[in-house]
Write a protein of this length. Structure first.
Lengths: 296, 665
């Protein structure tokens, strides 16, 4: 075995064989209904031949931290994570848009907005503090003038937030979450009091980001990824059951019905060109000139 | 036996082999060390994770709180591809949703049974445990850590490539350099010396290694000395010591070579066997030293007379052999022989002794008298004895008939020469008559020789010899000059102003300056070129077509006319009539002699018709009877020439004949 390995490597070295996918491309992807095309392609093994590895992570924040630490080449996230990371990674640019959150990002609570306004108690706000969650809650508090209340921020991963037992708390709770983590929380009695479906809430775009240098290094792999993502979305539209079978584990074992409901919370953007997106979403202020065109 | 080249290759190959084996073992060790480092790194990260989670895990269902930490392990450690957590056989969590089954026992890495390298290469799975307390009982969850084969492989590859680059590649370059140096400084020079020792074809250049240089210079000196000695020996073996001329051996070699060349070139040469007359008397009376000195003098005389490319050898005693292969003709050959004999007949002063001698020469020709060396030498020797029989200072050809012929030709050639000088030659003129009008319209000049002893000699008896000996040029020039002169005299005298035809041989026509001479003659005498007709024969076309065409065209351009003599007897080709500027066809006499035979009359008719069609005047030669004349008129022939009108006449008789003819007609 060792001898074979030795001589094979020697032959490879001497013949200088190489191909376009020699260098592995690592992508951090967190659990989100909008990123499931990547999970689907990964689970189907479509990405193996292109040497693309998917790091399946729990949250946006974790994805961001791992990328920052140099453990991945590209990451999924919203424009909020993009802006945060851009400070330390000036070359960062969106190269693939997945969806627009259309209710997929939300704020849950055990009280209504009016009850929250009237309460004297400290409001516990659970969220991933260094993610788009904080942007959503800041907008929410300002909009409903709750900023002056006594507030306690509790920073947790979405996986933890989804499983936590809040009954014992018996006090006002706000949870900033997103699909699919909202499902278990709603089962526990939490209600949506605000979401990205409402016009007064910020627009959230989900995309894949990488620095220009990495894009140049892995250009062919990114193009293939884009093709496979589009292909996965096509499968989703034609045969959601088949699609569901492959992605349910990545969404924490949600049911098929929950999966279908979750799809209602987003609008796919993968087919739109940069020009079309600017028209549809004029308020989005991220650069769109680096988007990959799989057809070119 | 082992050559230096093989030894060098063997040593180099051995060294390279040892190096590769060493490299393999070193690489193998490095491979295991790297495997240990990778496995240690994974185990360390796993242990830290296990400690962190075990500290906070209160029950199995709380594991979800540590999903993030567990997923971070494969995300942050490049050698880990996935982590699974099982409680007994139940999957609690997996970081890679594609891995949902528990690995079987064969996949599990057991440190006691295998080393790190096996773990990495055999796709084994590492295990660990997350502990928690269920009541007072210590329970655990099993952690399976899957290694990323690709990352492991890449890491090993990287190690390999680095080693290859820094160790193997540099070493290979080093070996190549060593090999090239050994080749350049040891193997190649040794091979060059070996080649030089065998073939001595090229002297090797100076060598870089002093040891080789010493060998090379010694070899060069030795071989140069040997070469000089070889040449000296060769010279001695082939040179007559006394005269310095080639000896019998050298003659044998040269004759062999000459025979093969002559056979190939289909040429001939003459072998002269020279023997001094009464040389024994010189030796006996004056002593051998004087005799030897005389022989040296003889050699010098012969060398002086012969040309560089002639072969002169002394084959023993007073016998010399001379081979002549570039003489022009027999006359030229006899002149050389006579020069040698005349020179050797002169008194030679040797050590103040006047020596009078002579030599006899026998001549044999290749290939006529012999086709090999022995026969030629024997025949020349016989001829030499025949010469001795005839008296001293004689030469003789091996073939008596040839000898007599040559003697006759030599005599006649000398007479022709003196004949030209003494104005013994005379031109006769035969009229050419127009068949329609019956008028004399031209004449042909024919040479006659008024020999002082033999009387009138016909051209056939001396023209061929004149051609053979090259006298035709001189004779031919005289004919043209005389014909021109005569034409102008008759014109001045008012006798006639008709063209005169002169016969020109191929040799004369091709002689350099022929056309120039004609041009000059015409200019000097202010002669009308249309009054000069050049008669040629068909043999001219065979010799050099393109040159003939050039010369005839030039003559025509000057205004001369061309007649083709003796048409029908030689190499008659219609293509020549088309290509060459021929004005008149002269049909040979033989056709009119037998005109009554149907075939000949048809020939005549055909030639006349063809001439008319080609725009060429047709003249029939040798007309002697009236019937012949009538026949020629009937077939439309243009002109005739022959005894019917007049035989060739001397200039004065021709003038009289013309006057009488004019009166009659």
């Amino acid at each position: 075995m060792k001898k074979i390995h030795f001589f094979l490597l020697l032959v490879v070295f001497l013949t200088g064989c190489s191909n376009d996918y020699d260098h592995r491309l690592k992508i951090s992807v967190n659990a989100w209904i909008g990123y499931t095309p990547i999970f689907y392609a990964y689970d189907k093994g479509w990405l193996e031949s292109y040497n693309i590895e998917v790091l399946n992570l729990v949250s946006l924040a974790e994805s961001m931290h791992l990328y920052d630490a140099g453990n991945s080449d590209a990451l999924t996230g919203t424009q909020y994570e993009f802006k945060q990371l851009k400070k330390d990674h000036p070359g960062l640019t969106p190269l693939m848009l997945f969806d627009r959150s259309n209710g997929g990002d939300m704020i849950l609570s055990n009280l209504s907005i009016d009850e929250l306004k009237q309460t004297d108690q400290i409001i516990d706000i659970y969220l991933e503090i260094d993610s788009v969650n904080s942007e959503l809650i800041r907008e929410f508090l300002n909009y409903y003038k709750l900023s002056e209340h006594q507030i306690r921020y509790i920073n947790k991963d979405q996986a933890v937030l989804a499983k936590m037992n809040y009954v014992a708390a018996q006090k006002p709770v706000l949870i900033v979450t997103y699909v699919p983590y909202n499902i278990s929380l709603q089962k526990k009695g939490f209600k949506i009091i605000s979401s990205t479906r409402e016009p007064n809430v910020i627009t959230v775009i989900d995309a894949l980001f990488a620095t220009q240098k990495v894009i140049n290094q892995h250009q062919k792999q990114f193009k293939q990824l884009k093709k496979e993502v589009d292909r996965a979305i096509a499968v989703l539209k034609n045969d959601p059951q088949e699609y569901y079978k492959h992605v349910k584990y990545y969404l924490h074992d949600i049911t098929y019905q929950e999966f279908l409901s979750s799809l209602e919370e987003i609008k796919w953007l993968n087919d739109l060109s940069a020009e079309q997106i600017k028209k549809v979403l004029p308020s989005v202020d991220i650069p769109l000139n680096g988007l990959i065109d799989a057809k070119s | 036996m082992l050559s230096l080249r093989k030894l060098s290759y063997l040593l180099l190959s051995g060294t390279i082999l040892i190096f590769f084996v060493s490299f393999y073992f070193f690489f193998n060790k490095q491979l295991h060390t790297t495997a240990d480092v990778i496995v240690h790194d994974v185990e360390k990260d796993t242990a830290s994770l296990v400690y962190s989670i075990s500290k906070n895990l209160q029950q199995a269902d709380d594991l979800y709180q540590f999903t993030s930490e567990l997923k971070r392990l494969p995300a942050s450690n490049p050698f880990v591809s996935a982590v699974q957590v099982f409680k007994d056989n139940k999957l609690m969590l997996t970081t890679d949703q594609r891995l949902r089954t528990q690995p079987d026992s064969r996949q599990i890495y057991i440190p006691e049974k295998m080393d790190s390298y096996d773990l990495l290469t055999q796709n084994k799975v590492l295990t660990n445990h997350l502990y928690y307390f269920s009541g007072l009982n210590k329970s655990f969850l099993t952690l399976y850590i899957y290694l990323d084969r690709e990352a492991v492989s890449a890491s090993i590859d990287k190690l390999f490539f680095q080693m290859i680059f820094w160790m193997l590649l540099l070493t290979i370059i080093y070996f190549i350099l060593i090999f090239l140096i050994i080749k350049k400084m040891i193997i190649n020079p040794a091979e060059i010396l070996r080649q030089y020792a065998y073939y001595q074809s090229e002297i090797p250049k100076k060598m870089l290694l002093t040891d080789y240089e010493y060998i090379r210079s010694s070899m060069v000196q030795t071989f140069e000395r040997l070469e000089k000695e070889k040449k000296a020996l060769y010279r001695i073996a082939r040179t007559d010591k006394l005269s310095g001329l080639p000896n019998r051996e050298a003659l044998h070699e040269k004759l062999d070579w000459l025979i093969s060349v002559s056979e190939r070139m289909d040429s001939q040469f003459a072998l002269l066997f020279l023997d001094l007359d009464d040389f024994k008397t010189i030796n006996d009376s004056l002593g051998h030293s004087i005799g030897d000195a005389y022989l040296k003098q003889v050699a010098l005389v012969i060398k002086k007379i012969t040309r560089n490319n002639d072969i002169v050898a002394r084959i023993g005693g007073d016998e010399f052999v001379i081979i002549l292969n570039t003489y022009k003709n027999l006359l030229d050959l006899t002149q050389i022989i006579e020069r040698i004999q005349n020179e050797l007949k002169k008194t030679q002063i040797i050590d103040s002794h006047p020596i009078e001698s002579s030599c006899s020469i026998g001549v044999a020709f290749f290939p006529k008298d012999g086709k090999d060396e022995n026969t030629l030498m024997k025949q020349a020797d016989i001829a030499m004895y025949q010469a001795k029989k005839n008296g001293k200072n004689q030469y003789h050809f091996f073939t008596s008939a040839l000898y007599e012929t040559v003697q006759k030709e030599i005599k006649q050639a000398r007479e022709i020469k003196s004949g030209i000088k003494n104005q013994e030659f005379e031109l006769y003129y035969q009229p050419k008559v127009d068949l329609k009008s019956g008028k004399i319209i031209a004449c042909e000049a024919l040479i006659r020789w008024n020999h002082p002893q033999d009387g009138l000699v016909a051209p056939n008896d001396f023209i061929p010899l004149a051609e053979k000996e090259g006298l035709i040029i001189e004779l031919g020039n005289w004919i043209i000059e005389e014909a021109v002169r005569q034409q102008m005299v008759w014109k001045e005298q008012g006798i006639c102003d008709i063209p005169i035809a002169v016969n020109i041989s191929a040799r004369q026509l091709f002689y350099e300056g022929f056309t120039q001479n004609i041009k000059q003659l015409i200019k000097q005498n202010n002669f009308d070129p249309e009054k000069l007709d050049i008669e040629i024969t068909e043999t001219l076309f065979i010799e050099d077509t393109s040159k003939s065409l050039d010369i005839l065209t030039e003559l025509c351009n000057q205004g001369l006319s061309i007649s083709l003599d003796d048409f029908g007897t030689g190499y008659s080709s219609l293509s020549y009539l088309k290509r060459f500027p021929i004005h008149t066809l002269k049909i040979d006499k033989i056709f009119i002699d037998d005109y009554q035979i149907q075939t000949d009359s048809v020939f005549l008719e055909t030639i006349v018709t063809m001439g008319k069609n080609l725009g060429i005047t047709v003249l029939c030669e040798g007309v002697e009877e009236k019937e012949q004349l009538k026949f020629l008129q009937s077939i439309g022939c243009d002109q005739y020439q022959g005894y019917y009108c007049s035989k060739p006449l001397s200039a004065s008789n021709f003038a009289g004949f013309i006057s009488a003819y004019k009166t009659e007609n």
